[in-house]
Design a protein around this ligand. Structure first.
Ligand SMILES: [Zn+2]
Length: 300
């Protein structure tokens, strides 16, 4: 332990302008984040963790929501990735976390704080960073460029939906969360670059709108599945109903419209059009369509 502290002090002193003694500084370690899917249904890619590892060295942490801590800060002087081959993430990958060593210069004012950290009271850490990519595990779309309607936490054809955060382009801060309510480190993820207040409001509104679309999509999906089996339970109906699982809101709307208009397929005739790019004659053309524009063509 003592040996370890001395080694860390060496590393710390290589990092700071002035040399400190072990009595002067308080050195502690923390877990910044990991590659497990968090409570928002997000996880970091291994590449993102490696980027965070580089970028968090030298970053100052704050002690949030604690008026007693005033403007106390701590600074990270070393980071490392710690893999655990015994542990598997929900996404089926080897568990890996980003650990950090931080220090505070001991003062009278931060002695209480140090006692709290030592006592394990301030264990939860939240980080704030910017990611250029949020990739859906089901369809591979980057939500920052092309949102999809897959809902995190749901399973689509055996695939759990979550987003992988990648392309870390900035880190802002880390902070201790005073309330140790959560099991794991919390992560604040900023989309794209640093956001001003207006952008933040728009993002929130966008998030709300996406959630509404998700809910509406689910209702339409249920409708579509019901319509698929309207004329009986057969392989074609099942194929069509299964395909609805992967459709986005626009595709579902078009398919529902077609199914509502469509007549029962003649016995023995396939429901699906032979060429998926050609409008079908039985009113089920929308199945092959990826967008509303094409559905307009199909209805001519
Ligand atoms: Zn998706």
């Amino acid at each position: 332990m003592e040996q370890n502290q001395n080694e860390l002090l060496d590393q710390l002193n290589r990092f700071t302008r002035r040399s400190h003694s072990l009595d002067e500084v308080y050195i502690f370690d923390l877990i910044l984040c990991d590659n497990e899917i968090d409570r928002d249904g997000d996880c970091f890619s291994m590449q993102a963790l490696a980027e965070l590892q580089n970028r968090f060295v030298g970053v100052t942490g704050i002690f949030d929501h604690d008026p007693r801590s005033g403007n106390q800060t701590a600074r990270i002087f070393r980071t490392a990735l710690r893999r655990d081959p015994e542990r598997c993430t929900k996404a089926g990958q080897e568990y890996c976390c980003l650990t950090a060593n931080a220090y505070m210069v001991r003062t009278e004012r931060n002695s209480d704080l140090i006692r709290e950290i030592e006592g394990g009271i301030k264990k939860e850490v939240s980080i704030s960073c910017a990611c250029g990519k949020r990739v859906c595990s089901v369809c591979g779309k980057n939500h920052l460029q092309q949102p999809c309607t897959h809902i995190k936490g749901r399973v689509y054809g055996g695939t759990l939906c979550y987003t992988t955060l990648d392309d870390v382009n900035d880190v802002y801060e880390w902070s201790f969360v005073a309330v140790p309510a959560q099991r794991r480190a919390g992560v604040t993820k900023t989309l794209g670059g640093q956001a001003d207040a207006e952008t933040e409001i728009l993002r929130r509104a966008y998030g709300d709108a996406l959630r509404t679309v998700d809910q509406l999509s689910e209702a339409i999906r249920r409708d579509v599945v019901r319509l698929c089996y309207r004329w009986g339970d057969n392989a074609c109906a099942k194929a069509l109903a299964d395909s609805a699982l992967h459709m986005d809101a626009a595709q579902l709307l078009t398919l529902r419209q077609s199914l509502q208009k469509g007549a029962a397929p003649a016995a023995g005739k396939p429901i699906l059009p032979e060429n998926p790019h050609m409008p079908a004659k039985n009113g089920l053309s929308a199945f092959s369509l990826g967008s509303m524009e094409r559905s307009e063509d199909a209805h001519e």
